[in-house]
Design a protein around this ligand. Structure first.
Ligand SMILES: NC(=O)c1ccc[n+]([C@@H]2O[C@H](COP(=O)([O-])OP(=O)(O)OC[C@H]3O[C@@H](n4cnc5c(N)ncnc54)[C@H](O)[C@@H]3O)[C@@H](O)[C@H]2O)c1
Length: 256
């Protein structure tokens, strides 16, 4: 039977590119999102072998329905879960309405929590299963003008590390991808100090390729965090060796 992948936020950007990448590799794709028009376009591009549907990742019941819809075609198995859906608001912390910041935490953190919890039984019964969570280079050091978003990605980082250890005995690897800025709708028109100093250099296809690579067998022995792109790799390596005062200084320079 073909391998299967469930991808959230699959109607646009990195999620859509990832859905097409896995479909091209022969996987049965379950692509879910809240964007109906984007889902219709994805369904047309994927074809009838695959599953698309509405899922708000904040909705735990919705997760069960999405998993049912996909795994009814795969004998109850799920090879890969990609927790990709995410939202961002940039700007000074005190100027972003509290409700918007709470929503970032609900989608980016509770959404991933819901997904991992609901998918676990399916992943557990599948040999060599994987979870790939979209974290971000903003989980290396807290980012001004992206405070809630950055905090949400720190939560994803912690959850990924914990579950990778907890689920190793179940033959499930859990990985976090850390791209820097990617040219998608998420950063359209975003003009903050860090985008001005670092630029937007990655494409959705670059990240989709990294997601696909993260589930290859050789990655089972690699690290839990995967920096995507030269800039993120450099920042990650530097943060591993720099004393905390230096990390603060570098981040201050890059973000002001
Ligand atoms: N674009 C970047 O610069 C960048 C950098 C690092 C990490 N990331 C992460 O990559 C992931 C994908 O980002 P993107 O750039 O493709 O964004 P995007 O805005 O292009 O696409 C996000 C998709 O998620 C969907 N979505 C939003 N809320 C949802 C919800 N509650 N339930 C289900 N789907 C929902 C949207 O409808 C959209 O289709 C996110 O987790 C993001 O934080 C993005």
């Amino acid at each position: 039977m073909s391998k299967s992948v469930l991808i959230t936020g699959a109607a646009a950007g990195i999620g859509r590119a990832t859905a097409l990448r896995f479909a091209a590799a022969g996987y049965i794709v379950g692509g879910f999102d809240v964007d109906r028009d984007g889902l219709a376009a994805l369904a047309a591009d994927l074809g009838s072998r695959h599953v698309t549907g509405e899922l708000d990742v904040r909705d735990a019941d919705g997760w069960r329905a999405a998993l049912d819809a996909l795994t009814s075609r795969t004998g109850g198995e799920l090879d890969v879960l990609v927790n990709n859906a995410g939202i961002l608001r940039s700007g000074r912390f005190a100027e972003i309405p509290l409700a918007d910041q709470q929503r970032i935490i609900e989608v980016n953190v509770t959404g991933v929590l819901n997904g991992c919890h609901a998918a676990y039984p399916y992943l557990k019964r599948t040999q060599g299963a994987h979870v790939v969570n979209l974290a971000s280079a903003s989980a290396i050091y807290g980012q001004p003008e992206l405070a809630a978003y950055s905090a949400s990605k720190f939560a994803v980082r912690g959850l990924t590390e914990a579950l990778d250890l907890e689920w190793a005995g179940d033959d499930i690897t859990v990985r976090a991808l850390w791209p820097l800025f990617v040219n998608t709708a998420m950063v359209d028109g975003m003009d903050i100090a860090s985008t001005r100093s670092l630029g937007i250099r990655l494409t959705a296809d670059d990240v989709a390729e990294a997601v696909y690579d993260a589930v290859q067998p050789r990655r089972r022995l690699g690290g839990v965090h995967i920096a995507v792109g030269r800039q993120a790799k450099l920042m990650r390596a530097a943060s591993d060796i720099a004393p905390s005062w230096m990390s603060r200084l570098v981040n201050k320079r890059l973000t002001s």
